[in-house]
Design a protein around this ligand. Structure first.
Ligand code: AN7
Length: 358
């Protein structure tokens, strides 16, 4: 049996489609190549007729899709001689920046909203040795500050306003097309800064323009109701949602994402926190897939649009699950309805607990 070649990450895999040369020293952690999992139980139980796949981006090295863009951005920062990177973050970008900076041997500065990032993400940034600056403000305040600091200090900004980020992230669309043998009919994503939906579209357009596949999907972006500037048609100053990853009111890729909507014939919609958490739980309980709340927004929205017929029956749909459920253990435990059973360490008690719960 021939062994599979050592996988060396998406920059190596998609070298020809990314802004790197033969001489570029790649900073990788084996990111990308994430599972595309077909939902087996939920469609039938929810009474929707569709082929739904989830792209489980939580299985990237730091547990979110941000690794796709961060390996690219840090590779280029190092190539250009940068010794430090900086980002504002709702959590996942800071985790990815911290890890790739550690890998590259440079410094990561991360600005996070005080008390509003999930515990796992904070643990990652700290553990990888980033300089963590908590601000009394939200993501949008942090983003503004990072832009200002970037003008004055010798640091490379690695938020998605760094064009290399979207280049890396477009590879998710390549992987999906290669696995399905075609573009899906619909691609649903959670939207915060709207970088990811823009990056996916770039990838789909690239493969279609190169004649690799004939079609492109309709792109659908779902926001949390308390942080839904694309639904309001204007920026939101006090965004609020349980899905802290997408607690963003001033999306940086505003124009890009409206273009995606127009060019793909798609739309934006919003999901309540209750709908988001219900979808997160449904995926965990019925499919064995644990994603963080923000990620579940894509599935919450897709199921609703399938039920209403806005997404037609029989469609092939990909939902991006942007981050791993372990990122936010607090929210998971809080909404878990399973009781913890505590008994004495005896055969009798353990048997009793099993028989009572068969
Ligand atoms: C799990 O980490 O903005 O629409 O600073 O972590 O491309 O912003 C995170 C965003 C969706 C939204 N799902 O993606 C950050 C940050 C998860 C996320 C999004 C984020 P974009």
């Amino acid at each position: 049996m021939p062994f599979r070649k050592h996988y060396t990450g998406l920059l190596d895999r998609y070298r020809d489609r990314l802004p790197i040369s033969e001489d570029t020293k790649i900073i990788d952690l084996g990111e990308g190549n994430t599972p595309l999992i077909k939902l087996k139980n939920i469609p039938g139980e929810m009474g929707v007729d569709a082929e739904i796949y989830v792209k489980y981006e939580g299985l990237n090295p730091t547990g979110s899709f941000k690794d796709r863009g961060m390996c690219m951005a840090v590779t280029k920062a190092v190539e250009e001689g940068s010794k430090a990177i900086i980002c504002a973050s709702t959590g996942n970008t800071s985790a990815a920046a911290a890890a790739y900076a550690a890998r590259a041997g440079i410094t990561a500065f991360v600005l996070i909203p005080d008390g509003k990032i999930a515990l796992g993400k904070l643990a990652q940034a700290m553990m990888h040795g980033a300089v963590v600056i908590q601000i009394h403000g939200n993501f949008d305040d942090g983003m503004q500050l990072v832009k200002e600091v970037g003008e004055e200090a010798p640091v490379t900004i690695v938020n998605s306003i760094n064009p290399f980020r979207l280049q890396g992230q477009k590879t998710a669309a390549f992987e999906i097309i290669e696995e399905l043998g075609a573009a899906p009919d619909y691609h649903c994503l959670p939207v915060g800064n709207a970088g990811n939906i823009s990056a996916h579209w770039m990838g789909y357009v690239e493969y279609a323009e190169d004649g690799i596949v004939p079609t492109r999907p309709t792109m659908v972006g779902y926001q949390a109701a308390g942080a839904a500037p694309f639904m309001r048609g204007e920026m939101v100053d006090e965004p609020e949602t349980v899905a802290t990853a997408i607690r963003i009111g001033h999306p940086q890729s505003w124009d890009k994402a409206w273009n995606v909507q127009k060019e793909s014939g798609g739309w934006f919609d919003e999901c309540t926190d209750e709908e988001i958490l219900a979808a997160q739980k449904l995926l965990a309980e019925r499919e064995g897939v644990f994603c963080e709340p923000a990620s579940a927004t894509s599935v919450a929205g897709a199921l609703r649009d399938l039920k209403s017929g806005k997404i037609p029956a029989g469609s092939k749909i990909v939902c991006t699950l942007t981050g791993h459920g372990l990122k936010d253990p607090d929210t998971a435990i809080k909404q878990s309805t399973r009781e913890l059973i505590t008994v004495d360490a005896t055969l009798e008690d353990v048997k009793g607990a099993i028989l009572n719960n068969m």
